[in-house]
Design a protein around this ligand. Structure first.
Ligand code: TXA
Ligand code: MG
Length: 373
């Protein structure tokens, strides 16, 4: 009994303070805007956790050079301890003490894409604790392009270890409300900078191998990397067999999965297929949700009128950035509803679509309907 109470107390150890930060005031150098960042930095320096926005998703930050602080991240997220964290820096000079060497190719990429949604893997230096790298002798480093993240790193005077600020397995948070949903009571503070710009996590590229290898697709596409490096290996479509060790340990875990069963429907006539499948489910009494593009809304509206199916517009098919921005938020919205089945249109294609499909397929457990039976 006593043990249980301890656990309960541990669960809601903190009153989570949500601190609003204005990007424009920060950019204009207004001193009041820095106040909450200074408070957050103080927490980080004392070994506590603070969630903060980046241009990709919200991160759950700790002093990445303090092993005890980094360990708190795994506890708050319920994250397996062999899943390494990304270190966030505010300027390229901060990279050198963290790594054994900086390959020339990394310099080229940093010059072109930092600050921005690109994470690079290096051999780690002694300075980086193994709890930050999940026991690996390599370390992931990224320089975010978000004024709140940058100033927070500068104020804290360290490299900030930060995974996405969601409970392990849930969709990554793209708004402070999402972080609050998962982390309330578990961390002392969230910096609220509103909705993020990109909505999918950074591209990860491994620079410890040559040619460099893309471990996770993101807004910096394989084509963009190739333009700088000439060659990269990108295997995001390849599914790992059970026995094969994943290069980015995080990729082996269940990800983003909504509570409802999610099925991705491919093909030119995807909307028609979805309508048929959803109506069949409804005839068996199931509650159905649909992830729709704006372009197909008319078809769904005609099929249902205003009732019965929960149809959510993810964005415009012609504007893939809108789709990336809304994907995780929509998966979370469905988690708050009572739907049992979700059908999503597919977004297969090049560039940013590779990243969108990587997350959507993971969320669906690779459940795809290509050809209707
Ligand atoms: O956009 C992002 O990258 C966000 C924001 C907060 O910066 N962060 C993020 O972190 O997505 P996380 O922990 O959710 O995902 C990090 C991924 C995991 O799949 C992890 O296994 C991989 O990076 N990773 C980290 N260090 C690694 C290493 N040394 N070698 C291979 N993979 C690594
Ligand atoms: Mg994550």
């Amino acid at each position: 009994m006593a043990k249980r109470m301890d656990l309960e107390m541990e669960k809601s150890q903190f009153t989570t303070n949500v601190m609003k930060v204005s990007r424009t005031e920060l950019e204009d150098g207004m001193p009041e805007a820095l106040q909450s960042l200074k408070e957050a930095a103080k927490l980080l320096k004392s070994g506590e956790l603070v969630a903060f926005p980046t241009e990709t998703v919200y991160g759950l930050g700790a002093d990445g050079l303090n092993a005890d602080a980094a360990n708190k991240i795994y506890a708050a997220k319920g994250r397996p301890s062999d899943n390494p964290l990304i270190l966030h820096i505010a300027n390229p000079e901060q990279l050198y003490p963290l790594v054994k060497e900086v390959p020339k190719k990394a310099l080229l990429l940093a010059k072109r894409f930092w600050p921005g949604p690109l994470t690079m893997i290096f051999h780690k230096s002694e300075r980086v604790p193994l709890s930050t790298t999940g026991g690996l002798d390599t370390v992931a480093v990224r320089m975010p392009d978000d004024v709140i993240a940058q100033k927070l790193i500068i104020e804290s005077g360290t490299a900030i270890a930060a995974p996405s600020a969601n409970t392990s397995g849930r969709p990554s948070p793209t708004r402070a409300e999402h972080v609050y949903e998962d982390m309330s009571g578990k961390i002392p503070a969230i910096l609220d900078g509103g909705a993020v710009g990109i909505g999918l996590e950074s591209t990860i590229v491994d620079l410890t191998v040559d040619p460099p290898r893309v471990l996770r697709p993101g807004a910096i596409t394989a084509k963009m990397l190739c333009e700088v490096l000439g060659e990269v290996i990108s295997e995001e479509h390849k599914e790992l067999s059970e026995s094969e060790a994943p290069k980015a340990p995080g990729m082996k875990y269940r990800h983003y999965a909504p509570k409802a069963k999610l099925i991705v429907v491919e093909g030119q006539d995807a909307a028609e297929k979805i309508i048929r499948l959803a109506k069949a489910d409804q005839s068996f009494g199931k509650k159905v949700g649909i992830i729709a593009t704006k372009e197909n809304m008319e078809k769904y509206r005609k099929a249902w009128g205003d009732t019965k199916a929960q149809i959510k517009v993810i964005g415009e098919r012609s504007d893939e950035e809108s789709i990336a921005r809304n994907l995780f938020a929509i998966l979370r919205e469905f988690d708050r509803s009572d739907v049992q089945m979700i059908y999503s249109e597919s977004f297969a294609g090049e560039g940013m679509r590779t990243a969108i499909m990587n997350r959507l397929l993971k969320a669906s457990g690779h459940h795809v309907i290509r050809q209707e039976l």
